[in-house]
Write a protein that binds this ligand. Structure first.
Ligand code: ASP
Length: 380
């Protein structure tokens, strides 16, 4: 049997996507800036190497073309399902537009991992490529799509210093643990405020995190005939990271895991940063999207369109699920989230000391924020 690598046969699954263009462009800028933990500013792993992860997801926010062809009515489709007893029955289920996703993990020397993730989405039949396979795929792409750079492009003194610092701290911890064996020290129960102050004093978050992400909503102008817009209304999300300082060789965090660090469906787009293991265990980005839909009814006839549902879903996951019982908040799912719904409502939340974030409106107006108390868990 002849094996086809897939790439040539699956050119551009997604037609022109303006929302994907937007999130990719924003993340590329951040990857090129050595101040962030992605691309040129990525952190070092415990073997002194830099390996990067990235993912992108796009979803159309209106019914699929089959709806336009009249196969669908009222957002429901009839489907004949043949059960194990061979009795055919009819089930009705809501139609959701087909999402597209691409991701890469553990890649070295790729200048913009987000563009490689997009290429996986658009030019292969797959969702995720890792390590050497992803790098080989990068080499096969035109330079205009994905560029590579030598090791020294990614080397920064600041990140090297952080590796040494984190190693020292972890050695000290190990030492203390050896000395105090047999005694269990439980941290006292603390309020969220105390825990967050404690975290910022230590400055740990800054050294550990710094992943970049972007969420975007595209609504085409209404045009007719030959001037029809290229793309349908879409939501998109993108996330890119160097992972966590001193991470084990080949450790993969949440950022390239669709549903954990990145998610977009027909209702919202989510991008996360933080202690990836927790975001993976709780499938954080997907949880937010599903809470929005199932619990808060967003997207249904009764659902409010003012962004309150999105804020509730984000706060529940960031300040509830990820923080656990609040006892060990700092070591639990420390991090933050940016989210956008299909009505253009944006929200951000973090349970760590700070997360640099900003947003831009259709008219070009911009806002930026950093600290957690600027977007604390208040009712909207
Ligand atoms: N989430 C990333 C990871 O765990 C780290 C970060 O957000 O900075 O790999």
């Amino acid at each position: 049997m002849e094996f086809s690598p897939g790439y040539e046969d699956h050119q551009c699954k997604v037609s022109a996507s303006v929302a994907a263009d937007a999130v990719e462009a924003a993340v590329r800028c951040l990857e090129d800036c050595p101040l962030f933990n992605a691309g040129a500013g990525s952190v070092f792993g415990n073997d002194g190497r830099i390996r990067m992860d990235a993912s992108i997801m796009v979803c159309s926010i209106e019914k699929s073309s089959s709806a336009a062809e009249g196969k669908v009515s009222g957002g429901q489709r009839d489907k004949a399902v043949v059960g194990p007893d061979k009795i055919s029955q009819k089930r009705r289920y809501p139609i959701t537009p087909q999402p597209q996703a691409g991701s890469v993990a553990g890649v070295e020397n790729v200048k913009n991992p987000i563009s490689l993730a997009r290429a996986v989405m658009e030019r292969t039949p797959h969702v995720m490529l890792i390590g050497k396979g992803a790098e080989e795929f990068a080499q096969s792409l035109p330079k205009e799509v994905v560029e590579t750079r030598p090791d020294d492009y990614f080397w920064t003194e600041r990140r090297w210093g952080q590796l040494i610092e984190v190693r020292k701290r972890e050695e000290q911890k190990q030492h203390q643990h050896q000395e105090g064996k047999g005694t269990i020290h439980l941290p006292p129960k603390q309020s969220l405020e105390v825990q967050l102050d404690h975290a910022s004093e230590k400055g740990h978050d800054e050294q550990k995190f710094g992943t970049v992400g972007c969420v975007a909503l595209y609504i085409p102008e209404k045009k007719s005939g030959f001037n029809k817009p290229l793309s349908r209304p879409q939501l998109a999300s993108a996330t890119s990271t160097g992972g966590m300082t001193n991470q084990r060789f080949n450790r993969v965090g949440d950022s390239p895991v669709i549903g954990a660090g990145t998610y977009a469906n027909h209702l919202c787009a989510i991008s996360c940063t933080g202690h990836g293991e927790h975001f993976i265990r709780w499938v954080a980005a997907h949880d937010i999207a599903k809470r929005l839909e199932y619990k808060h009814g967003y997207g249904s006839a009764e659902g409010k369109k003012d962004g309150s549902a999105l804020k509730k879903a984000v706060d529940e996951v960031v300040f509830g699920t990820l923080m656990g019982d609040g006892n060990y908040g700092i070591d639990k799912g420390s991090g933050g989230v940016i989210a956008l719904d299909r009505d253009g409502n944006f929200t951000a939340a973090m349970n760590c000391s700070g997360m640099y974030h900003g947003w831009i409106y259709e008219d070009g107006g911009m806002e930026t924020r950093i600290f957690w108390d600027e977007c604390s868990p208040k009712e909207p």
